[in-house]
Design a protein around this ligand. Structure first.
Ligand code: HEM
Length: 192
């Protein structure tokens, strides 16, 4: 008898560290976008600058700095360990599109929080919950802060579009194509 051919081929998984950092990033982004939109709506549109608005801004700054630290760790991990080979069922254009999407997301995950941090340094508005002040990373300049926040907003909207594409593609692979693209990133318990 030759070697068994009945076992399905093993799925090339992302390493556990990569999977943990990936879902942690998503969990923080799910909080970060609505907080960013709601705090600016309260502060700038409704012009309500009370304790709640301030706490929302502080939360947004804190979560944003956490995302920046996590993405730097992710990039270091990715450069050190690489990623599993592409899912074999992907067509050439799908491989190119997914790589562009992933590296574009990495780029925005660094530049969006960095722009927010530069903005609060220029404004300056470095306070966190009235108990801690972040170190400034740019010279105070109110006019420059307005431009930086506009860049922060536009890039955050670009990131939202890329995340929508990323999530849409992952669900399409999992539910319609029924291939292993999403399984590569899932915890063991949720894999089929
Ligand atoms: C991936 C991380 C981040 C995302 C996705 C994000 C997203 C957003 C969004 C959607 C808004 C609302 C923009 C608008 O509609 O006007 C916003 C505003 C803002 N963000 Fe972030 N942000 C991130 C990180 C940060 C960081 C690290 C800081 C500072 C440490 C920061 C500081 C601010 C400030 C101060 C505003 C208000 C700007 C203004 O008043 O015009 N953000 N952010």
């Amino acid at each position: 008898m030759g070697p068994s051919t009945s076992a399905p081929p093993a799925v090339a998984l992302y390493r556990r560290g990569a999977r943990v950092l990936h879902w942690l990033t998503l969990a923080l982004l799910v909080l970060q976008f609505p907080i960013g939109l709601y705090m600016t709506f309260r502060g700038k549109t409704l012009n309500v600058w009370d304790a709640t608005t301030n706490a929302l801004y502080s939360s947004h700054k804190l979560i944003g700095v956490m995302i920046l630290i996590i993405v730097i760790a992710r990039l270091a991990y990715r450069l050190r360990h690489g990623a599993p080979a592409d899912e074999p069922t992907l067509s050439p254009w799908q491989r190119i599109a997914s790589h562009l999407n992933h590296w574009g997301l990495y780029a925005l995950l660094v530049t969006v929080p960095l722009a927010g941090y530069v903005g609060i340094s220029q404004f300056p508005a470095l306070d966190l919950f009235g108990v801690f002040s972040l170190p400034g990373i740019a010279a105070p300049d109110k006019a420059a802060a307005d431009t930086t926040f506009e860049i922060h907003r536009l890039m955050a909207m670009g990131m939202l579009a890329m995340v929508a594409l990323h999530v849409g593609a992952a669900l399409w692979h999992h539910l319609i194509r029924r291939d292993n693209v999403l399984a590569r990133m899932l915890p063991r318990l949720l894999r089929r």
